[in-house]
Design a protein around this ligand. Sequence first.
Ligand SMILES: [Zn+2]
Length: 360
Amino acid sequence: MVFTQEERRNSTPLIFKIIEEKKINLPKVLEEYNLHFKSFIFLTGENNFKNNIKQQIVCQPAQYFVVKEATHDQADEIIKKIGNQVTTSHLIVAVGGGTVNDVAKMVALKTGCEFISCPTTLSNDGLVSSNCTLKNGDSHFSSTQAKSPLGIIVNLNFIKTCPDKYIVAGIGDLVSNVSSLHDWKLAVKVGKEKRDDVIFHINSLATERILYYDYSLIKNKKEIDFKNSRFLYSLTESLVTSGLCMSFFGSSRPCSGSEHNLAHSMSKLHPESNFIHGFQVAFFTLITERLAGNDISHLEKLYNLVGLPSKFSYFGLNLNHLFEIIKDSPKVRNRYTILQDKSSILNDKKLLKDLIADLV
Ligand SMILES: [Zn+2]
């Protein structure tokens, strides 16, 4: 099965800027694209609220709302506060990390407004994709179709103020595409998924740019300088490209396979572990690649270099916990992956233990 031209979703953002300036001059950027909005609705995390934003982004008149959690209730609460006055002449501006961005995608979908994303971290590939991960009531997180942004403006000066671990997490989420792309190929082979060679190769290219990045170029003595502008530029381009692949495909399939299933299971079964998404999916990529019979030494070398976990004990859990997670993970969603392909190994505890013991 392949995609037809009509089936390919066309949700490319109009604006994509990577800048390194003191402030984002939003009216100037919009003017450049001949876009005009009556007023602006800012969504942001508590740390970035109002006064901070005013110093970071030139923009008036504006209303400001704080996003506290990635839930459907939070999106509905904001829509209620905005009230009936909202029209398509308002522009939603999301300033923050994944939580703010995910809620903004849902608010934009439900209000019909356009939105612009101004990220303050590079911790995952969800910056431009149309899907968002929100919690519904007390249940666990799930990925839902929402709205992709009209534009994305990444000010590297903002990114440079976030802790290094949120940049390392971005590396982890990108590298996990090694596993998701492999799963996608498998699913196509057994007739359970559509093929799209263009998206596949673009995503592969974005992944390899960071997987095989020459980190010695940004090494200061023993430390890696994650705030190096050239590196952040490459990471931004790669994460945005990966996100675009999901938008083009119409689901998270190109960037989310068995390694994401395992991470979702871990968050569900051990909510107390609460580790950053990019760290989880990077680790589980080692497991799924091992299951696939692929050499993982290049991944382990990279993880040691940048500080991504290469042992499960990093998460404070043991082999039995890992067995439970692996057992639960195929049920996370109906998506064919290596977890179904190698179910005979997964059902044989001894075989499985022999295969992954060195990763625990
Ligand atoms: Zn991810």
